[in-house]
Design a protein around this ligand. Structure first.
Ligand code: ATP
Length: 364
């Protein structure tokens, strides 16, 4: 099967619209993460694909086959949930083998499939252990192994790392990556955790208010958000946004920004009178000496982040911005002067509807 496709998918709970006319394809052989804040509709979309929920409108296709009216057991899907599903009192091997027995596979085929997934999930040493002896991460790995051994057309993961402790998450992520590299199925992974999505996905479908607002590989999604929401939701903290006026001068548009030393020229077919400049905190250059294209800023706050970087809050032309740097300025605490420069290649301009403007940027 080459893809799973949803067409004009809408789900209403009473008067509330949880999914709002989604058209989207999930390609085979790739991990697609559905990422978005709580309540944006990720789980509802996953449940409709699995057949656990019926759409109010729209259709679901597995390849060319319309499966919209089919119950889950007729869809050939594998699912992994937040809580590992393992049967206690039987071995890991038996846990994985159970669905294959129900399917009537021969003993040789069962053994081959189970051995393969035990190896893929690095569970060989656990094969004969009683599953009640396992810790949370190993139990979740068994759930994944069972779903994979069944060889479904599509494997759905619903926040599978929620109940795994922070240290073991690295181990699970590693196993997941190794595994999915070898699979040719459609893999859909729901999470609200951007780090998880960034590390595991081949492509991320970013959701907001029942819609998929952007789908790209993680790097593109992070660097080039198509709207203000993507810039805000991704990153820790998200993008800085500054609203500025935009004026037409001849055939181009000019933005005079408090964050830029020189006026910004943008070649775009049409611009709104008010636009938003967006830039990520780690993309701003910070210095304690003036530079030719740098503007003066005041340090208002400085904190050390978990990754060992420093997060500065600066005031520039009456605006507060965040800047993240790998080193700190010894004397730059309190109301100390610093200089900031915004590299054009990292600057994103959004229109009055908060959508990204596609156009060439240069300084006058
Ligand atoms: P979370 O990460 O919190 O689970 P989500 O993005 O997965 O969020 P969904 O669980 O899909 O969001 O829910 C989307 C919206 O639909 C939410 O506002 C939720 O309250 C609502 N919703 C989901 N299921 C039902 C239901 N059975 N009845 C009424 N409303 C529902």
């Amino acid at each position: 099967m080459s893809e799973v496709k949803v067409v004009n998918l809408t789900k209403k709970f009473g008067r509330f619209t949880a999914l709002d006319g989604i058209d989207f394809s999930f390609p085979a052989g790739k991990v697609t993460c559905l990422l978005g804040p709580s309540g944006c509709g990720k789980t509802t979309l996953l449940r409709i694909i699995s057949g656990l929920e019926t759409p109010t409108e729209g259709k679901v296709f597995f390849g060319d086959k319309d499966v919209t009216g089919l119950p889950p057991r007729k869809r050939n899907i594998g699912m992994v949930f937040q809580y590992p599903v393992v049967y206690r009192g039987i071995s890991v091997r038996k846990n994985i083998e159970l669905p294959l027995l129900k399917r009537g596979l021969s003993e040789t085929e069962r053994r081959e499939r189970v051995d393969r997934v035990l190896s893929l999930m690095n569970l060989k040493d656990y094969a004969e252990l009683d599953s009640s002896q396992l810790d949370n991460v190993a139990r979740q790995k068994v759930s994944v192994a069972r779903a994979v051994a069944y060889q479904p057309d599509i494997i759905l993961f619903d926040e599978p790392m929620t109940n795994i402790d922070a240290n073991s998450k690295i181990q699970f992520k590693h196993a997941f990556k190794e595994l999915t590299r070898q699979l040719n199925q459609v893999i859909v992974y729901v999470t609200h955790d951007q780090t998880e999505a960034m590390t595991l996905a081949d492509q991320i479908a970013l959701m907001k208010d029942g819609k998929i607002v952007q789908c790209n590989d993680p790097r593109t999604l992070y660097n080039v958000p198509e709207d203000v929401f993507g810039g805000w939701f991704l990153g820790n903290p998200g993008m800085n946004f500054v609203k500025e006026r935009c004026e037409k001068k001849g055939s181009t548009y000019i933005i005079v920004s408090r964050l830029l030393k020189r006026p910004l020229k943008i070649d775009a077919p049409k611009m709104d009178a008010e636009v938003t400049l967006g830039i990520r905190p780690e993309h701003i250059w910070l210095s304690d000496v003036p530079g030719s294209d740098a503007v003066e800023a005041m340090v208002k706050d400085k904190t050390l982040t978990i990754g060992g970087q420093y997060l500065y809050t600066l005031e520039v032309g009456g605006e507060k911005i965040k800047v993240k740097v790998g080193h700190h300025f010894g004397r730059a605490i309190g109301n100390t002067k610093v200089w900031v420069e915004l590299p054009l290649r990292h600057l994103v301009i959004f229109d009055g509807s908060e959508r990204r403007i596609h156009g060439d940027l240069s300084l006058q």
